[in-house]
Ligand binder design. Structure first.
Ligand code: ADP
Length: 305
């Protein structure tokens, strides 16, 4: 965030919807217990000590403590082999006290993320990365949705940013942010272009957009010249630099042309952790009934039924 030139844009802060989201999650926990479900608990698995993974776990610890949701961290050495890693994951899958599992990314290079996609229980998959949840998301069935893109949509909704009919650009096509975000925006009737490293003339494509969402992991990627006056900009970037965390957007300059923008930190990040917490409770419903269809009773699906 700059303290230089004046900022004209609406600054969309995650703290704004946070109170209502915490309240709704507390009600959901009560509802789960009333129905005879177990108290929700998140198991996190950290392999090694990657700084982005550590930063995310720190924010999870804070958010879950505040909500009173149990969190059981498990740390594994970076040198662990895939058989031992899979055994640790299997023991969490089998543990009835754990309703949600999050494997912190990135994993060390010798452990492909696909090991997690293919071996994590879909009912406990609180970041929506298994083929079951991803497939259900893309088909519009209730699923555990990736927290980051779902949080971004809820932040836009909180600030009343219209999505229907909007020309939206998503920069990034990862399985946890870009791709599911494009799917969610399409379900909300936006017209979505997905951009990535091989996109030709990214700037020209961005300039046609009314909504630009950046999840590329590249500090300063989106510059003011790429943004048409009045566009909305959502920054999902979490880049560890010497003096903290920065996003993917050149904030100070873009805030002068955009009509609304998320800061980093303090924008999408806090909402991500809250959606993860809510997903942990929602997974408690799924565990209790033994099916992802139980998610019809939990946000965001309970609102559309
Ligand atoms: P995340 O988990 O935040 O989505 P990943 O590192 O998994 O991040 O994925 C980064 C995505 O961003 C990839 O899809 C990649 O193609 C895209 N990307 C990275 N750098 C650029 C760039 N300079 N221009 C356009 N797309 C980019």
């Amino acid at each position: 965030m700059g303290d230089g030139p004046p900022v004209n844009a609406l600054i969309m802060r995650g703290a704004e919807p946070a109170a209502a989201m915490r309240q709704r999650t507390a009600e959901l926990i009560d509802d789960l217990i009333r129905r005879g479900g177990r108290s929700p608990q998140l198991g996190t698995l950290l392999v090694g000590d990657n700084p982005s993974a550590l930063a995310y776990r720190t924010s999870i610890v804070r958010t879950f403590a505040r909500l009173g949701i149990a969190h059981r961290p498990r740390d594994l050495p970076a040198s662990i082999d895939s058989a031992d890693f899979l055994a640790a994951l299997a023991s969490m899958n089998a543990d009835d006290e754990i309703t949600g599992i999050l494997v912190l990314m990135p994993l060390p290079a010798h452990l492909p993320a696909a090991l997690v996609f293919e071996n994590l229980s879909a009912l406990k998959d609180v970041d929506g990365i298994t083929p079951t949840n991803a497939g259900r998301l893309h088909m519009g069935l209730p699923s555990l949705r990736p927290s980051t893109p779902q949080g971004g949509i809820e932040l836009l909704d909180h600030y009343g940013i219209p999505l229907e009919g909007t020309r939206a650009v998503v920069i990034g096509r990862s399985n946890v942010v870009g791709r599911p975000l494009a799917s969610l925006l399409t379900q909300r009737h936006a017209t979505v272009t997905i951009c990535h490293r091989r996109t030709r003339d990214l700037a020209a494509i961005c300039r046609e957009a009314e909504l630009i969402c950046v999840a590329a992991g590249s500090p300063g990627l989106l510059t003011a010249e790429m943004v048409t006056a009045g566009a909305t900009v959502v920054d999902f970037g979490v880049n560890a630099v010497a003096d903290g965390i920065v996003g993917d957007v050149a904030f100070a300059a873009v805030a002068e042309v955009a009509s609304a923008i998320t800061p980093v930190p303090g924008g999408t990040g806090p909402v991500t952790a809250l959606v993860l917490a809510r997903n942990t409770v929602a997974a408690g419903f799924a565990a209790h009934e033994g099916t992802l269809d139980a998610l019809w009773q939990t946000p965001p699906f309970d609102r559309v039924r």
